[in-house]
Design a protein around this ligand. Structure first.
Ligand SMILES: [Mn+2]
Length: 176
């Protein structure tokens, strides 16, 4: 369980909880986080409150990323892939759960319920704190669909990457 309390926000994240419970005070952000958890196939508790939407989004990304960074990498598939359509939108995701946090996005989300710069900031912070290298390609015209398809795509790719397929680290270095 991760807790983070600053003068701006108070955040709690618990992975592998009994059931998924998400309340950040931002309904669309709750929807996106619930989508990620569902497609990752993990139950998660996320509670957050804060002064500004931007700070809540950023600090949830920090806590969620740090929680995922702690997952044991020994024996996992390490790489994950997905191509997720949602009506007009398509999200293509390739990720490497390697400990090296880096985000590459081709395409624009557009501003919907959430501003695209806030969504990008969530993704970038999540990648860096989570030690996840994520490549995303996004197309379509509906920002809601593009962001939701992206969360599904990351969830499905992460689920694949976290699957245990061997006994050792999948790296020529011998460790991840
Ligand atoms: Mn939706």
């Amino acid at each position: 369980m991760k807790k983070r309390k600053t003068t701006e926000t108070e955040v709690l994240v618990e992975l592998n909880s009994e059931k998924t419970e998400i309340s950040t005070g931002i309904p669309f952000f709750d929807h996106l986080l619930g989508t990620l958890a569902k497609f990752m196939d993990k139950n998660v508790v996320i509670r957050a409150k804060g002064d500004l939407e931007h700070h809540v989004i950023e600090d949830v990304a920090i806590c969620l990323g740090e929680t995922i960074a702690e997952i044991e990498k020994k024996g996992i598939r390490r790489f994950g892939f997905s191509i997720i359509p949602m009506d007009d939108a398509v999200a293509i995701c390739g990720l490497d759960f390697s400990g090296r946090g880096y985000l590459v996005v081709e395409g624009d989300f557009g501003d919907g319920e959430m501003k695209s710069y806030d969504f990008l900031h969530f993704l970038d912070t999540f990648c860096r704190r989570g030690g996840i290298n994520i490549y995303l390609r996004i197309s379509g015209f509906n920002p809601h669909h593009k962001m939701e398809a992206t969360m599904k795509a990351i969830g499905i790719a992460l689920k694949g990457a976290l699957e245990k397929v061997g006994d050792d680290y999948l790296s020529t270095k011998g460790v991840l």
